[in-house]
Design a protein around this ligand. Structure first.
Ligand code: PEP
Length: 243
């Protein structure tokens, strides 16, 4: 049995004035037995922690460095995230791979750094539109899994998020049959077959129930629709309904 997780990624969005949404999402999280996670900007993590939120909401970071400390201007370590209350950290998001040139090997090292700090690593993989159109999705995902998922990953320390890059923030999604076939394939590639596999890419209140119902989809990683309780709650409820 896999963990069931609704994870939000706030990206570079959110200031103190938005903490009310975090509190409201924490309240909504109390109505589900699934794990609800918000990966906030690092600046908001201590402020969210200071609110004594219901424990049903877990907090996460959006990236971490491979080292615990050192001369890495602008970076943040997994240990630092853990110290301010994070339980999860996203590594290898396509925006990090694309805009920061992160390699599979770096992402695997970040996942190991996350584990060392006691965090669950949410490791992201996904193909570009060009690769999708060329029918290379599975080949690309296999390569990313082989390179960025450490062999000793377990369901305790790792969550895999399949996020087709062309579906992120575009309103586009693969067909249900495609998501199902890809997740079923991914399951066979995992070092521990009970690792949760999340789907991410334009999940919203309208499509969440159908996607969450697919076999081998254990939850979602949500960008835009996780920014408000009004948009995120239906996604949490859709996952809860599939238990
Ligand atoms: C994401 O950035 O991980 C994501 C899935 O974004 P969105 O839900 O906005 O497509």
């Amino acid at each position: 049995m896999c963990r069931r997780i609704a994870a939000g990624n706030w990206k570079m969005n959110g200031v103190a004035a938005d903490l009310g949404e975090v509190s409201a999402i924490a309240d909504a999280a109390q109505d589900t037995t699934c794990e609800v996670v918000l990966c906030l900007p690092a600046t908001l993590l201590p402020q969210a922690g200071a609110r004594n939120l219901p424990k049903a909401l877990k907090l996460g970071g959006q990236d971490c460095h491979v080292e615990t400390n050192g001369a890495y201007t602008g970076d943040i370590s997994a240990e630092m995230l853990a110290e301010v209350g994070a339980k999860y950290v996203i590594v290898g998001h396509s925006e990090r791979r694309q805009f920061h040139g992160e390699s599979d090997a770096q992402i695997a090292a970040k996942a190991r750094a996350a584990w060392d700090a006691g965090l669950t690593a949410i490791i992201c993989i996904g193909e570009t539109e060009e690769q999708y159109r060329a029918g290379r999705t599975l080949e690309v995902l296999d390569r990313q899994i082989a390179g960025s998922l450490p062999q000793n990953a377990t369901s305790e320390n790792t969550v895999l998020a399949y996020e087709p890059i062309w579906a992120i923030g575009t309103g586009l999604t693969p067909s249900l049959a495609e998501v199902s076939a890809i997740h079923t394939h991914l399951r066979t590639r995992l070092p521990d077959e009970t690792i949760a596999i999340l789907y991410g890419g334009s999940v919203n209140a309208k499509n969440a129930d159908k996607i969450m119902n697919l076999e081998n989809v254990d939850g979602s990683l949500v960008g835009g629709a996780s920014l408000t309780v009004a948009k995120f709650t239906p996604i949490i409820k859709a996952l809860e309904a599939t238990k």
